[in-house]
Design a protein. Sequence first.
Length: 408
Amino acid sequence: MMNPSPESITSEYGTPVYIHRQELVERANRDLRDLLPDPCRLYFSLKANPNHHIGAILHRGGCHAEISSTGELSSAIRAGFDVADALYTGPGKTVDEIATALSAGVRTFSCESLADLHRVAKAADAADIVARCLLRVNGPAAHGNSAMRMTGTATQFGIDIATTTLTAADLDIDGVDVVGLHFFPVSNVLDETVLINEIVASVGHAREFAQRLGITVQLLDLGGGFAAPYGRDGVRPTYPNLRAAVADALDTSFPGWRGGAPVVAFESGRYLTCDSGTLVARVTEIKSSGGREFVITDTGIHHVGGLSGIGRVPPISATIVGSDTGGAESGEAAVVGPLCTPADVLNHRSDLAGARPGDLVTIPNVGAYGISASLMGFLSRPAPAEIVTCGDRVVAASVLETTRRDLP
Ligand SMILES: Cc1ncc(COP(=O)(O)O)c(C=O)c1O
């Protein structure tokens, strides 16, 4: 069965347009489950892609939702997730936000500090609910370099177990029941040994911290860190030794895990969605300046190239539709977008020299951290349409809109 061509999608929906392939989301979900210890729960981190049509695929595939805002909560509900099974995460949650989540049915929160636990307790107690809480742990050490480290360092995330003076008595708070621990030390770890060391270390920290605080661990969320190529060709790593290594560590520290005591969980955004998405854009103009060629397209850092603010945007690779080689001629060209800022560069040195106005270009592996992690608000340009295909059919089409409303 042929997938709809970029030409047919763009003739219907215009450019730029994100095309997500349902089969690839389903395949990534199967692949990730195959490399994780069994049994386990898998949370889909909606921050990677809050499009509810994508969430719906992963909900049908057995994932739970990991959400970090009331916007992601709305997307999760729209995607069909049962938010009673969701995990609400993030530092600095406000009492109002927690109350909104509780009234929508969320019952499990990751708490990043004692103050965070107290805020959840305050909102839960006011609603006459006992919220289930995980304490997020900041472990004492990093286990290797990674593209983005969240804990194992000085950070706003988690409770620093090397220095905390927390005691069991501190956790005895009306409105919350501390039922487990949450780890998410790193993201996008290509090196299997580094990832295994991180997760195995988390298991050890979990046992020690739970003993120290007298927590009976019912839910142990070991986070993730599963990598995926972004904005360039490539394949997801397979981590062939991870499953056995983590299962061994769990057998040692939490012997009841195979029977669900504790339930062991993992989280992923990019591994589950990144390779399902392609951005298709059109070349608007070719320009020479100072001896350099600029390929101006109708997409830029407001649509793709996520997290540019923290310097994590590798050069995005673009290929001309209908060409095997990128550019028709050899040579370098900067691929830029339409924003009025010199920062709107997708690749300073692409091989798109030879592109012509009107050409379609595709940017691969952008199903995660696409629009939602880009500068959507800057220059107030419309968002691209987001299409989901299954086989030769378009099964969903939507567009993100940002509108301003006057307050009374
Ligand atoms: C707590 C938490 N969970 C899940 C994720 C998703 O990470 P990824 O998309 O790399 O799987 C992140 C990413 O920053 C995170 O901070």
